[in-house]
Design a protein around this ligand. Structure first.
Ligand code: CO8
Length: 373
Protein backbone atom coordinates (compact mmCIF):
# COMPACT_ATOMS: atom_id res chain seq x y z
CA UNK A 1 0.00 0.00 0.00
CA UNK A 2 1.17 3.54 -0.75
CA UNK A 3 1.98 5.37 2.44
CA UNK A 4 1.43 9.01 3.29
CA UNK A 5 3.82 11.43 4.93
CA UNK A 6 3.41 14.86 6.46
CA UNK A 7 5.84 16.82 4.36
CA UNK A 8 5.56 20.32 5.86
CA UNK A 9 3.39 22.72 7.82
CA UNK A 10 2.44 26.40 7.77
CA UNK A 11 0.85 28.87 10.16
CA UNK A 12 -1.10 32.13 10.02
CA UNK A 13 -1.98 34.35 12.96
CA UNK A 14 -3.91 37.62 13.01
CA UNK A 15 -1.67 40.63 13.76
CA UNK A 16 -3.41 41.42 17.08
CA UNK A 17 -2.91 39.56 20.34
CA UNK A 18 -5.09 40.22 23.41
CA UNK A 19 -3.53 39.62 26.83
CA UNK A 20 -5.44 38.25 29.83
CA UNK A 21 -5.07 41.60 31.58
CA UNK A 22 -6.59 43.48 28.63
CA UNK A 23 -9.46 41.02 28.35
CA UNK A 24 -10.16 41.02 32.09
CA UNK A 25 -10.03 44.85 32.30
CA UNK A 26 -12.69 45.06 29.59
CA UNK A 27 -14.85 42.32 31.14
CA UNK A 28 -14.64 43.89 34.60
CA UNK A 29 -15.50 47.37 33.28
CA UNK A 30 -18.57 45.84 31.63
CA UNK A 31 -19.52 44.01 34.87
CA UNK A 32 -19.26 47.23 36.84
CA UNK A 33 -21.46 49.02 34.31
CA UNK A 34 -23.98 46.14 34.22
CA UNK A 35 -24.17 45.89 38.01
CA UNK A 36 -24.71 49.69 38.20
CA UNK A 37 -27.47 49.57 35.59
CA UNK A 38 -29.15 46.68 37.42
CA UNK A 39 -28.51 47.90 40.97
CA UNK A 40 -32.21 48.05 41.92
CA UNK A 41 -32.98 44.55 40.64
CA UNK A 42 -29.88 43.22 42.40
CA UNK A 43 -30.87 44.95 45.67
CA UNK A 44 -34.42 43.55 45.37
CA UNK A 45 -33.02 40.05 44.84
CA UNK A 46 -34.50 39.76 41.33
CA UNK A 47 -31.14 39.15 39.73
CA UNK A 48 -27.62 38.34 40.88
CA UNK A 49 -24.74 40.77 40.66
CA UNK A 50 -22.08 39.64 38.20
CA UNK A 51 -18.64 38.75 39.60
CA UNK A 52 -15.39 40.07 38.13
CA UNK A 53 -13.01 37.90 36.13
CA UNK A 54 -9.32 37.52 37.01
CA UNK A 55 -6.11 37.03 35.01
CA UNK A 56 -4.70 34.93 37.85
CA UNK A 57 -7.63 32.50 37.67
CA UNK A 58 -7.41 32.25 33.88
CA UNK A 59 -3.71 31.42 33.81
CA UNK A 60 -3.91 28.95 36.71
CA UNK A 61 -7.08 27.18 35.51
CA UNK A 62 -6.13 26.99 31.82
CA UNK A 63 -2.49 27.96 31.10
CA UNK A 64 -3.72 30.73 28.79
CA UNK A 65 -1.92 34.09 28.86
CA UNK A 66 -3.03 35.62 25.54
CA UNK A 67 -4.90 34.88 22.35
CA UNK A 68 -4.91 36.20 18.79
CA UNK A 69 -8.08 37.79 17.50
CA UNK A 70 -9.19 38.97 14.09
CA UNK A 71 -10.35 42.20 15.73
CA UNK A 72 -8.89 43.27 19.05
CA UNK A 73 -10.69 46.64 19.11
CA UNK A 74 -14.15 45.05 18.87
CA UNK A 75 -13.36 42.47 21.54
CA UNK A 76 -12.14 45.15 23.96
CA UNK A 77 -14.94 47.67 23.30
CA UNK A 78 -17.28 47.28 26.32
CA UNK A 79 -20.25 48.39 24.24
CA UNK A 80 -19.56 45.61 21.71
CA UNK A 81 -17.37 42.82 23.13
CA UNK A 82 -17.17 40.86 19.90
CA UNK A 83 -14.91 41.19 16.87
CA UNK A 84 -16.06 43.50 14.11
CA UNK A 85 -15.37 42.09 10.67
CA UNK A 86 -15.89 43.95 7.43
CA UNK A 87 -18.56 42.36 5.26
CA UNK A 88 -16.77 41.41 2.05
CA UNK A 89 -18.13 41.41 -1.47
CA UNK A 90 -18.77 37.96 -2.98
CA UNK A 91 -16.02 38.78 -5.47
CA UNK A 92 -13.47 39.15 -2.65
CA UNK A 93 -11.70 36.28 -0.94
CA UNK A 94 -13.48 35.24 2.27
CA UNK A 95 -11.85 35.67 5.68
CA UNK A 96 -11.47 31.93 6.32
CA UNK A 97 -10.05 31.26 2.87
CA UNK A 98 -7.59 34.14 3.23
CA UNK A 99 -6.34 32.85 6.59
CA UNK A 100 -6.14 29.25 5.33
CA UNK A 101 -4.40 30.35 2.14
CA UNK A 102 -1.62 32.11 4.07
CA UNK A 103 -0.96 28.95 6.12
CA UNK A 104 -1.16 26.75 2.99
CA UNK A 105 1.32 28.96 1.11
CA UNK A 106 3.78 28.70 4.01
CA UNK A 107 3.46 24.88 4.02
CA UNK A 108 4.04 24.72 0.24
CA UNK A 109 7.02 27.07 0.43
CA UNK A 110 8.57 25.16 3.29
CA UNK A 111 8.41 21.94 1.21
CA UNK A 112 9.59 23.72 -1.97
CA UNK A 113 6.36 22.64 -3.69
CA UNK A 114 4.24 24.40 -6.27
CA UNK A 115 0.40 24.31 -6.14
CA UNK A 116 0.49 22.32 -9.39
CA UNK A 117 2.05 19.45 -7.39
CA UNK A 118 -1.12 19.25 -5.25
CA UNK A 119 -4.31 17.32 -6.13
CA UNK A 120 -6.69 18.29 -3.39
CA UNK A 121 -7.52 20.68 -0.56
CA UNK A 122 -9.36 19.67 2.60
CA UNK A 123 -10.58 22.52 4.76
CA UNK A 124 -11.39 21.06 8.15
CA UNK A 125 -12.50 23.44 10.89
CA UNK A 126 -15.01 23.72 13.74
CA UNK A 127 -17.25 26.14 11.85
CA UNK A 128 -17.44 27.39 8.28
CA UNK A 129 -18.26 31.04 7.67
CA UNK A 130 -20.75 30.08 4.97
CA UNK A 131 -22.43 26.92 3.75
CA UNK A 132 -21.31 26.96 0.13
CA UNK A 133 -19.30 27.14 -2.04
CA UNK A 134 -16.80 25.22 0.10
CA UNK A 135 -13.98 27.26 1.67
CA UNK A 136 -11.65 24.48 0.46
CA UNK A 137 -12.71 25.07 -3.16
CA UNK A 138 -12.08 28.79 -2.75
CA UNK A 139 -8.56 28.04 -1.47
CA UNK A 140 -8.05 25.52 -4.28
CA UNK A 141 -9.10 28.22 -6.77
CA UNK A 142 -6.85 30.89 -5.21
CA UNK A 143 -3.87 28.53 -5.46
CA UNK A 144 -4.76 27.38 -8.99
CA UNK A 145 -4.91 23.69 -8.06
CA UNK A 146 -6.39 21.40 -10.69
CA UNK A 147 -8.15 18.79 -8.56
CA UNK A 148 -10.69 18.75 -5.75
CA UNK A 149 -11.55 20.49 -2.50
CA UNK A 150 -14.06 19.85 0.25
CA UNK A 151 -14.93 21.09 3.73
CA UNK A 152 -15.39 18.98 6.82
CA UNK A 153 -15.90 19.63 10.51
CA UNK A 154 -15.40 17.64 13.70
CA UNK A 155 -15.00 20.54 16.19
CA UNK A 156 -11.80 20.12 18.24
CA UNK A 157 -10.76 17.10 16.17
CA UNK A 158 -11.18 18.85 12.82
CA UNK A 159 -7.41 18.99 12.27
CA UNK A 160 -6.61 15.35 13.05
CA UNK A 161 -9.71 13.96 11.31
CA UNK A 162 -8.84 16.10 8.27
CA UNK A 163 -5.29 14.74 8.35
CA UNK A 164 -6.64 11.19 8.50
CA UNK A 165 -8.91 11.92 5.52
CA UNK A 166 -5.89 13.20 3.57
CA UNK A 167 -3.93 10.06 4.48
CA UNK A 168 -6.85 7.89 3.31
CA UNK A 169 -7.02 9.80 -0.01
CA UNK A 170 -3.33 9.08 -0.58
CA UNK A 171 -3.47 5.45 0.53
CA UNK A 172 -6.41 4.71 -1.77
CA UNK A 173 -4.74 6.42 -4.73
CA UNK A 174 -7.32 9.24 -4.90
CA UNK A 175 -4.52 11.81 -4.66
CA UNK A 176 -0.75 11.94 -4.46
CA UNK A 177 -0.61 15.21 -2.55
CA UNK A 178 -3.23 16.94 -0.36
CA UNK A 179 -3.23 20.25 1.49
CA UNK A 180 -5.05 20.09 4.82
CA UNK A 181 -6.06 23.56 5.94
CA UNK A 182 -7.54 24.28 9.38
CA UNK A 183 -8.52 27.95 9.74
CA UNK A 184 -10.08 28.37 13.19
CA UNK A 185 -11.69 31.81 13.48
CA UNK A 186 -13.07 31.17 16.95
CA UNK A 187 -13.39 34.58 18.63
CA UNK A 188 -16.63 35.48 16.79
CA UNK A 189 -18.14 32.29 18.32
CA UNK A 190 -17.20 33.24 21.85
CA UNK A 191 -19.44 35.04 24.35
CA UNK A 192 -17.05 37.68 25.73
CA UNK A 193 -19.70 38.52 28.36
CA UNK A 194 -19.58 35.03 29.86
CA UNK A 195 -17.11 34.89 32.76
CA UNK A 196 -16.72 31.10 32.53
CA UNK A 197 -15.60 31.09 28.91
CA UNK A 198 -14.61 34.61 27.77
CA UNK A 199 -10.90 33.76 27.91
CA UNK A 200 -10.83 30.36 26.24
CA UNK A 201 -10.37 30.75 22.47
CA UNK A 202 -8.07 32.39 19.94
CA UNK A 203 -7.86 32.69 16.15
CA UNK A 204 -5.30 30.93 13.94
CA UNK A 205 -4.92 28.97 10.70
CA UNK A 206 -2.63 25.99 10.24
CA UNK A 207 -1.91 23.86 7.17
CA UNK A 208 -0.19 20.54 6.51
CA UNK A 209 1.06 19.24 3.18
CA UNK A 210 0.49 15.47 3.02
CA UNK A 211 2.15 13.53 0.21
CA UNK A 212 2.84 10.02 -1.07
CA UNK A 213 5.96 8.68 0.62
CA UNK A 214 7.80 8.14 -2.69
CA UNK A 215 7.68 11.86 -3.59
CA UNK A 216 10.57 12.83 -1.29
CA UNK A 217 12.80 11.35 1.41
CA UNK A 218 11.92 13.71 4.23
CA UNK A 219 8.95 14.58 6.40
CA UNK A 220 7.05 12.38 8.85
CA UNK A 221 5.77 8.87 8.13
CA UNK A 222 2.28 8.17 9.40
CA UNK A 223 2.47 4.85 11.22
CA UNK A 224 -1.09 4.61 12.51
CA UNK A 225 -4.31 6.63 12.81
CA UNK A 226 -7.27 6.36 15.20
CA UNK A 227 -10.62 8.13 15.37
CA UNK A 228 -13.12 7.84 18.22
CA UNK A 229 -16.36 9.71 18.87
CA UNK A 230 -18.90 9.49 21.67
CA UNK A 231 -21.96 11.78 21.85
CA UNK A 232 -22.02 14.46 24.55
CA UNK A 233 -23.85 17.78 25.03
CA UNK A 234 -21.19 19.06 27.43
CA UNK A 235 -19.62 21.22 24.71
CA UNK A 236 -22.19 22.72 22.40
CA UNK A 237 -23.13 25.53 20.02
CA UNK A 238 -26.63 25.76 18.56
CA UNK A 239 -25.53 28.05 15.74
CA UNK A 240 -27.00 26.78 12.50
CA UNK A 241 -29.15 27.34 9.47
CA UNK A 242 -32.43 26.87 11.37
CA UNK A 243 -31.71 29.77 13.77
CA UNK A 244 -33.58 32.31 11.65
CA UNK A 245 -36.69 30.11 11.42
CA UNK A 246 -36.93 28.69 14.91
CA UNK A 247 -40.03 29.32 16.99
CA UNK A 248 -39.77 30.37 19.74
CA UNK A 249 -36.87 32.43 18.48
CA UNK A 250 -33.65 31.42 20.27
CA UNK A 251 -31.75 33.94 22.40
CA UNK A 252 -28.78 35.48 20.58
CA UNK A 253 -26.40 33.85 23.13
CA UNK A 254 -27.69 30.41 22.13
CA UNK A 255 -25.44 30.60 19.06
CA UNK A 256 -22.27 30.89 21.12
CA UNK A 257 -19.95 28.18 22.45
CA UNK A 258 -21.03 26.78 25.84
CA UNK A 259 -19.56 24.01 27.93
CA UNK A 260 -19.57 22.17 31.24
CA UNK A 261 -15.81 22.58 31.61
CA UNK A 262 -15.38 20.48 34.76
CA UNK A 263 -17.35 17.55 33.31
CA UNK A 264 -15.44 17.72 30.05
CA UNK A 265 -12.18 17.63 31.98
CA UNK A 266 -13.23 14.60 34.03
CA UNK A 267 -14.77 12.61 31.19
CA UNK A 268 -12.35 13.30 28.35
CA UNK A 269 -8.96 12.83 30.08
CA UNK A 270 -9.39 9.09 30.82
CA UNK A 271 -10.88 8.45 27.35
CA UNK A 272 -7.85 10.04 25.68
CA UNK A 273 -5.23 8.29 27.82
CA UNK A 274 -6.93 4.92 27.24
CA UNK A 275 -7.13 5.44 23.48
CA UNK A 276 -3.47 6.45 23.23
CA UNK A 277 -2.30 3.51 25.34
CA UNK A 278 -4.44 1.06 23.28
CA UNK A 279 -3.15 2.54 20.04
CA UNK A 280 0.48 2.27 21.13
CA UNK A 281 0.00 -1.33 22.29
CA UNK A 282 -1.74 -2.29 19.05
CA UNK A 283 1.33 -1.02 17.18
CA UNK A 284 3.79 -2.89 19.45
CA UNK A 285 4.91 0.46 20.82
CA UNK A 286 4.93 1.96 24.28
CA UNK A 287 5.15 5.47 25.70
CA UNK A 288 8.93 5.09 25.97
CA UNK A 289 9.01 5.00 22.14
CA UNK A 290 7.32 8.43 22.00
CA UNK A 291 9.71 11.37 22.07
CA UNK A 292 6.89 13.89 22.09
CA UNK A 293 3.10 14.18 22.45
CA UNK A 294 1.53 17.01 20.44
CA UNK A 295 -1.75 17.18 22.35
CA UNK A 296 -4.90 19.20 21.75
CA UNK A 297 -4.54 22.58 23.42
CA UNK A 298 -7.61 23.30 25.55
CA UNK A 299 -6.22 23.30 29.05
CA UNK A 300 -2.69 22.87 30.47
CA UNK A 301 -3.90 20.84 33.46
CA UNK A 302 -5.77 18.47 31.17
CA UNK A 303 -2.66 17.96 29.04
CA UNK A 304 -0.53 17.32 32.12
CA UNK A 305 -2.99 14.72 33.37
CA UNK A 306 -3.12 12.94 30.01
CA UNK A 307 0.66 13.03 29.49
CA UNK A 308 1.21 11.68 33.02
CA UNK A 309 -1.21 8.82 32.37
CA UNK A 310 0.50 8.00 29.06
CA UNK A 311 4.14 8.31 30.17
CA UNK A 312 3.34 6.90 33.64
CA UNK A 313 5.96 9.26 35.11
CA UNK A 314 6.76 12.94 35.37
CA UNK A 315 7.68 14.44 32.00
CA UNK A 316 9.28 17.58 30.59
CA UNK A 317 7.63 20.38 28.63
CA UNK A 318 9.68 19.24 25.59
CA UNK A 319 7.84 15.90 25.78
CA UNK A 320 4.37 17.49 25.82
CA UNK A 321 4.71 21.05 24.54
CA UNK A 322 2.12 23.72 25.36
CA UNK A 323 1.15 26.63 23.12
CA UNK A 324 -1.81 27.81 25.20
CA UNK A 325 0.15 30.72 26.66
CA UNK A 326 0.43 32.42 23.25
CA UNK A 327 -2.55 31.02 21.32
CA UNK A 328 -5.21 29.94 23.90
CA UNK A 329 -7.51 27.14 22.67
CA UNK A 330 -7.58 27.18 18.86
CA UNK A 331 -10.18 24.37 18.59
CA UNK A 332 -9.34 21.90 15.80
CA UNK A 333 -6.02 23.59 15.04
CA UNK A 334 -4.41 23.22 18.49
CA UNK A 335 -2.49 19.93 18.19
CA UNK A 336 -1.35 20.85 14.66
CA UNK A 337 -0.07 24.23 15.85
CA UNK A 338 1.80 22.46 18.68
CA UNK A 339 3.33 20.17 16.02
CA UNK A 340 4.20 23.10 13.75
CA UNK A 341 5.94 24.98 16.56
CA UNK A 342 7.63 21.99 18.25
CA UNK A 343 8.69 19.48 15.60
CA UNK A 344 12.40 20.16 16.04
CA UNK A 345 15.11 17.95 17.58
CA UNK A 346 13.99 14.61 16.11
CA UNK A 347 16.52 12.13 14.70
CA UNK A 348 15.58 9.76 11.88
CA UNK A 349 13.33 6.97 13.23
CA UNK A 350 12.24 8.84 16.37
CA UNK A 351 8.49 8.88 16.96
CA UNK A 352 5.82 11.18 18.32
CA UNK A 353 2.05 11.24 18.68
CA UNK A 354 -0.42 13.89 17.58
CA UNK A 355 -3.75 13.78 19.42
CA UNK A 356 -6.83 16.02 19.48
CA UNK A 357 -9.84 15.74 21.79
CA UNK A 358 -12.92 17.74 22.66
CA UNK A 359 -16.40 18.52 21.43
CA UNK A 360 -18.43 15.62 20.11
CA UNK A 361 -16.79 14.08 22.12
CA UNK A 362 -14.13 13.33 19.54
CA UNK A 363 -10.56 12.02 19.66
CA UNK A 364 -8.16 11.81 16.69
CA UNK A 365 -4.74 10.25 17.22
CA UNK A 366 -1.86 9.81 14.76
CA UNK A 367 1.54 8.16 15.36
CA UNK A 368 4.36 9.83 13.43
CA UNK A 369 7.95 8.77 12.69
CA UNK A 370 10.66 11.18 11.55
CA UNK A 371 12.15 10.35 8.17
CA UNK A 372 15.52 11.59 6.84
CA UNK A 373 16.78 14.69 8.65
N1 CO8 B 1 -12.34 34.57 36.73
C1 CO8 B 1 -12.32 34.28 38.06
N2 CO8 B 1 -12.96 33.22 38.58
C2 CO8 B 1 -13.67 32.43 37.73
C3 CO8 B 1 -13.74 32.69 36.34
C4 CO8 B 1 -13.04 33.80 35.85
N3 CO8 B 1 -13.04 34.12 34.55
N4 CO8 B 1 -14.48 31.74 35.76
C5 CO8 B 1 -14.89 30.91 36.74
N5 CO8 B 1 -14.41 31.33 37.94
C6 CO8 B 1 -14.62 30.75 39.26
C7 CO8 B 1 -15.93 29.98 39.35
O1 CO8 B 1 -17.00 30.83 39.66
C8 CO8 B 1 -15.62 29.00 40.46
O2 CO8 B 1 -15.79 29.65 41.69
P1 CO8 B 1 -16.35 28.84 42.98
O3 CO8 B 1 -15.33 27.76 43.25
O4 CO8 B 1 -16.41 29.90 44.03
O5 CO8 B 1 -17.68 28.29 42.56
C9 CO8 B 1 -14.15 28.71 40.30
O6 CO8 B 1 -13.60 29.79 39.53
C10 CO8 B 1 -13.86 27.41 39.58
O7 CO8 B 1 -14.66 27.36 38.38
P2 CO8 B 1 -14.60 26.11 37.42
O8 CO8 B 1 -14.86 24.88 38.23
O9 CO8 B 1 -15.49 26.39 36.25
O10 CO8 B 1 -13.07 26.19 36.96
P3 CO8 B 1 -12.16 25.06 36.39
O11 CO8 B 1 -11.02 24.90 37.28
O12 CO8 B 1 -12.93 23.86 35.98
O13 CO8 B 1 -11.61 25.77 35.06
C11 CO8 B 1 -11.96 25.63 32.69
C12 CO8 B 1 -12.50 26.14 34.04
C13 CO8 B 1 -10.64 26.35 32.42
C14 CO8 B 1 -12.97 26.00 31.62
C15 CO8 B 1 -11.73 24.12 32.76
O14 CO8 B 1 -12.86 23.47 33.31
C16 CO8 B 1 -11.43 23.48 31.43
O15 CO8 B 1 -10.60 23.93 30.67
N6 CO8 B 1 -12.06 22.33 31.16
C17 CO8 B 1 -11.81 21.55 29.94
C18 CO8 B 1 -12.53 22.18 28.90
C19 CO8 B 1 -12.26 21.58 27.55
O16 CO8 B 1 -11.34 20.87 27.28
N7 CO8 B 1 -13.13 21.92 26.70
C20 CO8 B 1 -13.02 21.55 25.38
C21 CO8 B 1 -12.94 22.80 24.69
S1 CO8 B 1 -13.88 22.70 23.31
C22 CO8 B 1 -12.81 22.72 22.06
O17 CO8 B 1 -11.64 22.61 22.27
C23 CO8 B 1 -13.32 23.05 20.69
C24 CO8 B 1 -14.83 23.24 20.63
C25 CO8 B 1 -15.18 24.10 19.49
C26 CO8 B 1 -14.86 25.50 19.77
C27 CO8 B 1 -15.42 26.46 18.82
C28 CO8 B 1 -14.87 27.84 18.90
C29 CO8 B 1 -15.52 28.78 19.85
Amino acid sequence: MTNAVIRSSGLWTPPDSVSNDELVACYNAWVEKWNGENADAIAAGHTEAKSPSSSGFIEKASGIKARYSVDKAGVLDIDRMRPQVRRREDSEISMMAEAGLAAAREALESAGRDPKDVDGVICSATTMQRTYPCIAIEIQHALGIDGFGYDMSVACSSGTFGLINAVNAIQTGQAKSVLLVTPEITTPQLNFRDRDSHFIFGDVAVALLIERDDMSADGWSILDTRMKTSYSNNIRSNFGFLNACESPEPAFEDRYFTQEGRRVFKEVCPMVAELINDQLAANDLSATDMKRLWLHQANINMNMMIARKVFDREFTVEEAPVILDEFANTAGAGSLVAFHRHADGFAEGEKGLLCSFGAGYSIGSVILEKRAV
